[in-house]
Design a protein around this ligand. Sequence first.
Ligand code: ADP
Ligand code: ZN
Length: 204
Amino acid sequence: MSDGFVTSSGGWIEVIAGVMFSGKSEELMRRVRRATIARKRVQVFKSHLDDRYAGLYNVSSHDGRDLEAIPVDSASQIAQKLDPMAQVVAVDEVQFLDAGIIALATALAERGRRVILAGIDTDFRGEPFGAMPQLMAVAEAVTKLHAICVLCGNPASRNQRLIDGKAARWDSPTIMVGAAQSYEARCRACHRVVRDDASQVPLL
Ligand code: ADP
Ligand code: ZN
């Protein structure tokens, strides 16, 4: 599908969504590599906020493979740095970008570009992250990937935030850069968020 989806203008949006460690970067790299083999002109961007492993100028998957990427921290920076000849535009860590990415991705698809967006679909609370829900709605194709729950081994659909080894509080900020925190992939049943009883969502 993702190598040959056809629309009248030739453009479309595909979203790769899922938790951390679910293989989004691997899948984005796979698609970019194949587009390159097909001799498409490809441009890869990624959010500044993610500087894990090799540094800012690569998309690094957790298996250590790299791809050159242009660092950005807003949708307008992508527009500024866009190669007008690029046929394929890929963006990793799209959950950190502002809502402008929705209009930009739409405009690119309408101008015949293949747009590949990879991002975390839910934040540490298990709630929709940034522009991901809208992007998943307007995309022609959505791939939802899962990691493996580190506690029970079932498919993981949640990002567990740990601060000093303990589950983070519900009211801690969605994006915490540089704090003493870590993340684990967990399933819904093993996912924990500490919140006051008053803020519990009633079942019915
Ligand atoms: P993402 O971009 O979704 O964070 P990556 O493509 O960077 O994911 O990394 C996926 C790789 O992470 C897997 O192929 C595997 O080698 C590794 N990995 C580490 N922890 C886990 C986990 N809990 N579940 C699945 N894969 C994991
Ligand atoms: Zn589990």
